[in-house]
Write a protein that binds this ligand. Sequence first.
Ligand SMILES: Nc1ncnc2c1ncn2[C@@H]1O[C@H](COP(=O)(O)OP(=O)(O)O)[C@@H](O)[C@H]1O
Ligand SMILES: [Mg+2]
Length: 159
Amino acid sequence: MGTSMEIQIVHSESADETFLIGRKLGRICQPGDIILLNGELGVGKTVFSKGFGEGLGIDEPISSPTFTLIQIYEGGRLPLYHFDVYRIADVWEMDEIGYEDYFFGNGVCLIEWAVRIEELLPEKTISVTIEKDLEKGFDYRRITIEGLDTEAIDENIRN
Ligand SMILES: Nc1ncnc2c1ncn2[C@@H]1O[C@H](COP(=O)(O)OP(=O)(O)O)[C@@H](O)[C@H]1O
Ligand SMILES: [Mg+2]
């Protein structure tokens, strides 16, 4: 009640800045959060994920789980279920890894290329889309966040 969920745009000028934005989100995420990470190859989804892991207090380096679909990190404030579904051929592969235990568990799901498993996604998610805009420079990224209340973004992400 009274919370506004407008689409928010955050600007990043470097990989370090994207890492820090990820880290800030990692600090405020809650059990059961499902964060969808979308954007073309090489845009910075994994950079964001590494920052997110650090924000959750995970000491291990986060790497892209490209060949396993999921990588689990237990060492932080909450379990992190880091998916990268870029190479998924059929959503059935998600059933095989028992994705529902992660989606509806008490950890946090961070899903690179979530757009590829759209039919499996629950209604309530936090969506993060990273896009280049070459007119603004090679390292510029526009990061669009949906599903997080505006106050949380203003207080925790923008400063
Ligand atoms: N503003 C930026 N944010 C994120 N990454 C950036 C930025 N500018 C340059 N980069 C570079 O872009 C690449 C992003 O790679 P990666 O995170 O693996 O992409 P993805 O996971 O989306 O395929 C890295 O080499 C990173 O250094
Ligand atoms: Mg990646």
